[in-house]
Design a protein around this ligand. Structure first.
Ligand code: GLN
Length: 251
């Protein structure tokens, strides 16, 4: 009997000790931070010719690391794994990620740094010209993105989900899809390498809502969130954001 009580005591003490360790250390105190991204989203993130992640977001998060005196290591992973990586595999995510109420349940977002909108890539000569034309169509999207959520809500449409938007674009070129929905800037980049074959449609015929890109941090890490937001507003004020926009996005 005594033995059982001791075993029970030891067990409950270990559970207590474990949960105390489980209380996450704020990333604000870290000298080295791991930044998650999905380098399949040009011009915001892509792998450059030397095999390194580059793009607007990568340059931005490096500038933030410099402001905060933190070393930044970029971790490339699937878009769909980014949110759950925060607080375990990563300290921060930057991935042209749109702020949504659903994501806000799992992570905290910084102030926005870019306003985006969705775009529809179609083969030149396609009959698709407005949002209503998307009904009943076979639509390619990157899994877990806002394009995926939009497509999934279109009446009668079949959503084909890919790990990378570029794979959807290739299936569109192969005739396996009617269109691809993806954020405007990547859409323009993808279409640019297939002039005469593909075009990117947007605007009032589609009436997609504006989306705000922001970085995501662990939910409740107010100190780190403030650090990143302060660095971001300094970079907005000192012209760095404008300079990076011009360099990577060009508008
Ligand atoms: N902005 C979109 C989203 O947040 C797509 C982002 C991406 O594919 N990197 O869902």
């Amino acid at each position: 009997m005594k033995k059982k009580i001791i075993v029970a005591l030891v067990l409950s003490l270990s559970v207590l000790a474990l949960s105390a360790c489980g209380a996450k250390q704020s990333a604000s105190a870290k000298k080295d931070i791991i930044v998650g991204t999905n380098a399949e989203f040009p011009p915001f993130e892509y792998i450059d010719d030397s095999g390194n992640p580059d793009g607007f977001d990568i340059a931005l998060v490096k500038a933030i690391g410099e402001k905060l005196g933190k070393n930044v290591t970029i971790q490339n992973m699937e878009f769909d794994s980014l949110i759950s990586s925060i607080g375990t595999k990563t300290d921060l995510v930057i991935a042209g990620m749109t702020v949504t109420d659903e994501r806000k349940q799992s992570v905290d977002f910084t102030e926005p740094y870019y306003t985006a909108v969705q775009s529809v890539i179609v083969p030149v000569g396609s009959a698709i010209a407005s949002f209503d034309d998307l009904k009943g169509k076979k639509i390619g999207v990157q899994m877990g993105t806002t394009a995926d959520f939009i497509s999934s809500d279109i009446e009668g449409a079949e959503t084909a989900r890919y790990n990378k938007s570029i794979d959807a674009v290739n299936d569109l070129l192969n005739g396996r899809l009617d269109c691809v929905i993806v954020d405007k800037n990547p859409a323009e980049t993808f279409v640019a390498s297939h002039t005469g074959e593909l075009e990117a449609l947007e605007g009032s015929n589609f009436d997609f809502e504006d989306e705000s890109y922001a970085m995501a941090v662990a939910k409740g890490d107010a100190e780190f969130l403030k650090q990143v937001n302060d660095a971001l507003s300094e970079l907005k004020a000192d012209g760095t954001i404008d300079k990076l926009t011009e360099e990577y996005i060009g508008d």
